[in-house]
Each structure stands twice: as structure tokens, then as C-alpha cells.
Design a protein around this ligand. Structure first.
Ligand code: NAD
Length: 278
């Protein structure tokens, strides 16, 4: 990776010497993103609202031979985020990469209700959009002063086209795609690339809840388990006919933060088996 004009390592997808923060990095897609970047040499700050889980994942990543720490922070809490960023700087001296992965599909218990509640709108926008901006605003000054940075935001195919039963969530992910474009415009002259990834369907804790909600809200899915709903949705939506994995998302992000992608900014990359063609 190029840092202040210096290239380290032989391969373009060599992140040796690079320091990356992954929010929501303890489990699911975030955990795989951290592992994939660590495989190509990056030091990883695993940040998550779940303190025990983010430390566990950091220990797992450190065992791969890179430096990794778990620093808990709720992305909606500006003070906690500021502490997390300061601790990263004091331990690692810099931040080259930010992956804004933390995301929720609704307020606690959202999947038990057929329609979106006021708290679902507020909570989901608070974490997925405002939380993303809070973390970004805390990190960007460090990237600007270094004259280099890579930011990747987690959007979704739900942000490409509104999904049934999840209007509040779909709207947040459309906002992430738009926010990514604004940031790319704003930060390009500071040599900061900003892109988004739109994952398709991945069997994580989040989708277990989505499957339960779809089964409740859609008569076609009545009596199906969340996993059966998931499998049916994959078959209905995806030309490739297969689900995506957290590792697929990690691979896409390693590319986007590598020098191979130095002239790509403001883009939202679908990793979705062809579900949405744009
Ligand atoms: N699973 C899918 O099919 C899918 C599809 C498209 C997009 N996505 C997006 O990918 C990202 C990761 O999803 P996932 O499936 O791994 O979800 P997940 O629920 O399995 O994991 C989310 C992680 O974020 C953390 N988190 C939640 N709220 C937080 C907060 N306020 N502050 C800090 N951390 C917080 C959780 O503790 C958890 O570790 C999300 O942004 C999600 O919207 C997921």
C-alpha cells in the first residue's frame, strides 16, 4: 500500500504497515473484513459495541501475526468514537483505512412487528447513517494530515432498490450510497478514496432476523424457517443462484483499499450474485 507516496510490499494487494479500523468488526461481515485485511498484512483495530466480542476477534486476528486490538465504541456516541480514534492513534500512530461496517436492521425486537415503527426509523438511521458520519468525521482529520486514506462504507442491495418489509433499512442504505458520493467529492483532493460495497444476501445474525420478519409479513413465506426464507430469496433474486459469504465482502474491500483501486472513488460495488445489475 502507498503511504505518503511510499510503496510497501511487492504485491499491489499488500497492506503491510497499514492500520485499519473496522466498525462492527467483532462478528459477521466485519470480522471477515478484518481477517481478510490481516491476511495481506494490515494491522486491525476491531471496534464494536460488544466489548467482549471485539476483544475476542482482535485476539483471533493478532494470532495471525499482525497487530490487532479490540476497542469498544458505540458508533452513535461521539465521545466514545473520539476515544476509540485517539486510542488508535496513540497505539498505532496513524489510520490508513476506515471500514464503516457497523449496521442494524431495526431497533431491538424490530423483526417481531409487521411494519416499521418510529423507533426502527430512528435507531436505524442513527446507527447506519449518522453513526457512519460520526466515525468518519473523527477519522478524516488524521487521514487529511497524512495526505492519504481509504474509506469503505457498507451499503446493501437494499439501498439499490427498496426491499419489502424493510423500508427504514433500505432507506438508510440508499443514504449510504449517496453519502459515499458526497464524501468522495469532498475528500478526493486530500488523496482519500471513498467507496461503498453493497452486499447481497449473507447468512449472518442480521439475516436470521430478516428471515423471521419476512416469514411474518409475507404470506408466501408462511411456515418457513428463517433459513428457508433466506434460501428461497437467494434463488429468486440471484442469477448466480448462490448466497454471498462474509469472505466475499472482505475480498472486495481488500481490493478497494489496495493501490489496484487507486483511481476508483465514489463507487458502490454490488457483491450480490447479480441480483441488481447497474
Ligand atoms: N447480512 C447481510 O445479508 C447484509 C446484506 C447487506 C448489507 N449488510 C450490511 O453489512 C454490515 C454488517 O452486517 P452483518 O450481517 O455482519 O450484521 P451483524 O448483525 O451480524 O453484525 C453487525 C455488527 O455490528 C455491531 N454493531 C451494531 N450496532 C453497533 C453500534 N451502534 N456501534 C458499534 N457496533 C455496532 C454488532 O455488535 C455486530 O458485531 C451492516 O452494515 C449490514 O447492514 C448485511
Amino acid at each position: 500500500m502507498e503511504q505518503n507516496g511510499e510503496q510497501s510490499g511487492d504485491s499491489m494487494e499488500d497492506l503491510t504497515g497499514c492500520v485499519a479500523i473496522v466498525t462492527g468488526g467483532a462478528t459477521g461481515i466485519g470480522r471477515a473484513i478484518g481477517i481478510k485485511m490481516a491476511e495481506v498484512g494490515a494491522d486491525i483495530v476491531v471496534s464494536d459495541i460488544d466489548t467482549a466480542a471485539c476483544r475476542r476477534t482482535a485476539t483471533e486476528i493478532a494470532a495471525m501475526g499482525v497487530r490487532s486490538v479490540g476497542i469498544s465504541a458505540n458508533v452513535t456516541d461521539p465521545e466514545a468514537v473520539s476515544r476509540m480514534v485517539s486510542e488508535t492513534i496513540s497505539q498505532f500512530g496513524k489510520i490508513n483505512v476506515l471500514v464503516n461496517n457497523a449496521g442494524v436492521a431495526g431497533a431491538p425486537g424490530w423483526y417481531d412487528y409487521e411494519t416499521s415503527r418510529e423507533e426502527d426509523w430512528a435507531y436505524t438511521f442513527g446507527v447506519n447513517v449518522k453513526g457512519m458520519a460520526i466515525v468518519t468525521d473523527a477519522v478524516v482529520p488524521h487521514m487529511k494530515s497524512a495526505g492519504f486514506g481509504k474509506i469503505v462504507n457498507l451499503a446493501s442491495i437494499a439501498g439499490r432498490q427498496g426491499r419489502p418489509s424493510l423500508p427504514h433499512y433500505s432507506a438508510t442504505k440508499a443514504a449510504v450510497i449517496n453519502y459515499t458520493q458526497s464524501l468522495a467529492n469532498e475528500l478526493g483532493r486530500d488523496n482519500i478514496n471513498v467507496n461503498a460495497v453493497c452486499p447481497g444476501l449473507l447468512w449472518t445474525t442480521m439475516w436470521e432476523q430478516v428471515g423471521a420478519k419476512y416469514a411474518l409479513a409475507n404470506p408466501d413465506y408462511e411456515g418457513l424457517t428463517p433459513r428457508q426464507v433466506f434460501d428461497r430469496t437467494v434463488q429468486d433474486l440471484m442469477p448466480l443462484g448462490r448466497e454471498q459469504t462474509p469472505e466475499d465482502i472482505g475480498d472486495a474491500i481488500v481490493f478497494l483499499v489496495s493501490e489496484d483501486a487507486r483511481n476508483i472513488t465514489g463507487q458502490s460495488l454490488n457483491v450480490d450474485g447479480g441480483a441488481f445489475l447497474n
